[in-house]
Design a protein around this ligand. Structure first.
Ligand code: ADP
Ligand code: MG
Length: 301
């Protein structure tokens, strides 16, 4: 097969591992920097061009689109879908997952356990919405934050109000959430490929840090997940429509709650902690799925 990886940097661990795994299995791989792509949208023959060349004979495309380039990245991915290339994750699913509020709404509609979460638009409603989620301590989050940036723990109602008003003053969209204290600064990342949890790890935040993100100094270790956690992760990925997903769970007093679903999960921590060839599993999944024209949306998102 010919596989395109949409990534800005071929040296990143996840990109490198996917190239390696695909080449080991006899495929040809091209890494395409989405920001260097241009597209022909109007004609009957949609096309993506990269450095002057038409990107016209790929069987599958693996999006590794950073949060800061979601808009253009999903547009390029959609264009590949219109050309009939099989996407590991579809552009619509990717767009959905990048908006925390939209994701939580979709998951709640299907009865997935979530931290109690509130959302408001006007500073006038801040006090009420903090009360709605049970009062301090609460976690305030930027809707489009990533890697723990824009996630704040407010220990008192007053602190929560100031933080929320501050973000609102900057015209940022935020949500406020019940703080799951019993998680003890740790969470569980379940890596789902094609409707199965293929690896899981526990992430523990650095001392004095409630955020477990590896980018914030968290550490990863192997963990055995319960059947309930496994089925929650699989259901969450399915609801989001993601073939590849990093589903983050917190162990709360009221069972596993989904914190977020990542559509471009990093492979380094999880391969290291689980000692599994996750990149190989992803490539095998693509081999089983990819046939020309097999994208379900045909770029309709
Ligand atoms: P990001 O997209 O920036 O990673 P997350 O929603 O995953 O944002 O939050 C970052 C980290 O903060 C999580 O990995 C978790 O450790 C901690 N965290 C987030 N929300 C909560 C919560 N409601 N209760 C307890 N810890 C939380
Ligand atoms: Mg996270």
């Amino acid at each position: 097969m010919k596989i395109a990886i949409l990534s800005r940097n071929r040296k990143l661990y996840s990109t490198r591992r996917l190239i390696e795994a695909a080449e080991e299995r006899g495929h040809t791989v091209k890494v395409i920097d989405i920001l260097r792509c241009y597209m022909n949208i109007a004609s009957h023959k949609p096309m993506v061009y990269f450095r002057g060349e038409p990107m016209d004979d790929f069987d599958a495309v693996i999006p590794r689109i950073g949060a800061s380039v979601t808009f253009y990245g999903t547009a390029v991915l959609r264009q590949f879908e219109m050309m009939g290339v099989y996407p590991l994750n579809e552009s619509v699913a990717l767009t959905r997952s990048r908006d925390k509020l939209r994701s939580l709404q979709l998951l709640s509609r299907r009865g997935i356990g979530l931290p109690v979460t509130g959302f408001a638009n006007k500073p006038d409603d801040v006090k009420e919405v903090i009360k709605l989620v049970g009062g301090a301590p609460v976690v305030v989050k930027l809707l489009e934050g990533t890697q723990g940036i824009g996630v704040v723990l407010a220990e008192t109602d007053k602190a929560a109000e100031s933080v929320m008003e501050g973000f609102m003053g900057l015209k940022a969209n935020i949500l406020v959430q019940e703080f799951i204290k019993e998680a003890g600064g740790s969470d569980i990342r379940c890596l789902v490929v094609g409707g199965k949890v293929v690896a899981a790890m526990k992430r523990q935040g650095a001392a004095g840090e409630f955020r477990s993100n590896l980018h914030r100094g968290g550490t990863a270790s192997l963990i055995r997940i319960t059947p309930e956690e496994r089925s929650t992760a699989v259901r969450a990925a399915n609801i989001m429509g993601l073939n590849l997903a990093g589903v983050d769970l917190l162990r709360s007093n009221h069972g596993p709650v989904v914190m977020e679903v990542n559509s471009s999960p990093g492979l380094e921590g999880i391969e290291y902690a689980s000692e599994k060839d996750v990149a190989g599993i992803i490539i095998k999944f693509i081999e089983a799925q990819a046939k020309p024209g097999k994208t379900a949306t045909k770029g309709k998102g």
